[in-house]
Write a protein that binds this ligand. Sequence first.
Ligand SMILES: *Cc1c(COP(=O)(O)O)cnc(C)c1O
Length: 399
Amino acid sequence: MKSNQELIKLTNKYVAKNYGRYPIGLVRGKGTAVWDASGKKYIDFVAGLAVNNLGHCPPTVVKAIRKQAGKLLHVSNLYHIEPQSQLASELTRLTFADKFFFCNSGTEANEAAIKLARRWFYDNGQPKRFEIITMRDSFHGRTMASLSATAQKKIHTGFTPLLPGFKYVPFNNIAAFKKALTKKICAVLIEPVQGEGGVNLAQETYLKSLRKICNEKGILLIFDEIQTGFGRTGSLFAYERYKIKPDIITLAKALGGGIAIGAMGSTNKIIESFSPGTHGATFGGNPLACAASLASLKNLTKKGFLQKASSQGDYFLKQLYCLKEKFSIIREVRGVGLMLAVELDQPGANVVTDCMEEGLLINCIQQNTIRFLPPLIIKRKEIDLLITTLSKIFTKMQQ
Ligand SMILES: *Cc1c(COP(=O)(O)O)cnc(C)c1O
């Protein structure tokens, strides 16, 4: 096996440098922990960026993958695929949606939602109604339509011209939203809790107003739950917390229990516009990914699982508020469930590297914001260890 240093050298020589990587190579994972090439253990508060909600290598998911791998890996969507139909059936049972389309990533799920919204109005005799309102500081992915929907300059730089048909408004501002409405607007695309944008929570009144206006004007409400889905915010999906239903939902990240898969779901009336030949993805809904996803969903929906995760999140949040009382460098504490963040009055990059030294993986976004997305099986004593470590680091920073 290669050492951390050998692995870093190999990556730097042969892999495109579009990621800023930390100087460790991770080789093994189990539950809430991962190990690097030197054998050092880390408690993982990143969880593959909200992918490993059940922790690393959850036994039932691994078992399902092994079983499916020996049976059928791929056949294409020219045929019926049992794990795919089963997964769709399970997802419709768990959501407002009647049917699902499958792809392989979050950005693809959003591309599908954007295409479906446009196509639905086209099919209903309004081909010029194609504009989609999205939110400032949103994040919807890196392919051309999704990055055009993403209202963050740093994601756009050097990639213009963007895809036309997106209009950006400030988050949680209903007046600005109303002002942006024209006859061309076909949909609104929003994360109920913005992830990459800084863990910004939508206000309940805001989402309810959006729902109401969308109903009045016949606009489609699309929730990007790629990061908030699968228990991350304490309920299986964040929209349940707000007691409203979107018209379209996009899913990925934790959907596959660690395997790449994305999905877009909607009601029968709307998703009918995805008629034969309108859209597709070769690997979308392949047997392996769907088998993994089914096994993962079975765990997530076990009685008491999400309640436990939600109460760990409440405990975690409370501890972060205690830190805020003690340290003036903390500007704000935000989050819900196990999607939490601490905004500092200065860059947080050194907090990440200091934590890594101490065997804790965390993530920094928007320069000053430290984000915590642990597996939903995180233990109190692991949260306590992180809090103690942060406390030491912040003490040093305030001196
Ligand atoms: C990660 C993310 C995406 C993009 O998903 P990929 O699988 O990286 O394409 C889109 N929307 C949200 C809210 C995300 O967090």
